[in-house]
Design a protein. Sequence first.
Length: 394
Amino acid sequence: MKRISIIAAICLFALGTNAQKRGNKIEITPKAKGTEAKVGTEVSIKSGWRSARVTTQDGQIVPCQLDDINGDGTADVVFFIGEAGKRHIITLSKDEPQEIYEPQVYAELMLTNKKIKEENKQDLYISQLTVDNGTNPYWMLHHHGTAFENEQVAYRIYFDHRQTVDIYGKYNKGLELQQAQFYPDAEQKAKGFGDDVLWVGQTLGLGTLRGWDGHKPLMLEDVAHRSQRIVARGPLRTIVEVKDEGWTVTPGSSPITMTTLYTLTADERHCTVDIRFEGNAADREFVTGIINVKNSTEFSDGKGLRACWGTDWPVSAKDSVGHKRETVGLGIYIPEEYVVRQMPADKDNYPIIVRPRNNHLRYFITFCSANESWGFKSDEEWYHYLVEWRKAVK
């Protein structure tokens, strides 16, 4: 593994020991947890800055991006991927426009244009959508919710009561979603484009969080306002926010609000899932995990890492024309402080019961497709990779 993203939450008014501020400049040295050559680093800034430039101590330009995490219209963080152990200088400006760098990630949220028949030529792009309780926009949205990718992997999140995380596997490295829109045509497939590689149905898919009544997962049925928003589009990472405001998990319980950030950084397989709760969530148990892919083998270290490797149709039986059975490896790692217990596999899922700490829950999801020209071809290879991956994201 080449690198792993970390957060260096350093505010201009409260700098950590590894950063220094001088006027509009911040000096910081990224630190790796292990042997990573490069580290994704996030630095918090005060509002009002229009652009940022990151350079190394010897003057080399390092691509960066400004992100508005809280959605107030002004950037509140700078993100860059820098060489571990090397001093970097962030120069902020209120006048200069932000430099444009080659995109390494992509995200899209789209309404379905019924006037366009082709599934990969839709054109009604939006940045966010909020719906009221009882409204299901699943069929109004192209690919049913936000989709996002880097050159290795692509994900999408269903915009309905399931909120399932689904995946798109690739044959070759590269950005494809803007052209394929999750549904490549025959010509694109002939050129080596990837495709949907997992049928998720009502399952947990890849790391979907749901309620738990002590016996079974609970969908997010009763939600006052349900939202999806593209927070960051790159060039180095994409962030997607899913917000469930006023979620009554079980009938008669006090509503809570759950805000989930899905972060995918360039050149990483995994997606970070960061969840914040408002309301009384401290004593609640939830469930996440991965789908039990048909005839899959399973791996677990008993410390929050769980995985499988299996082969199945990526779509329902009625939609299987033009598709082949797909072999995938799935993985989830939940830090032990959030894990209540690991449940035995059932016909649908490999479930894990979790509980937030201080109204916060954070875990990591990842996958591979056996189609990848550069990837893994057996469960043994996949599980070996995950053991090392878990050490890096811990």
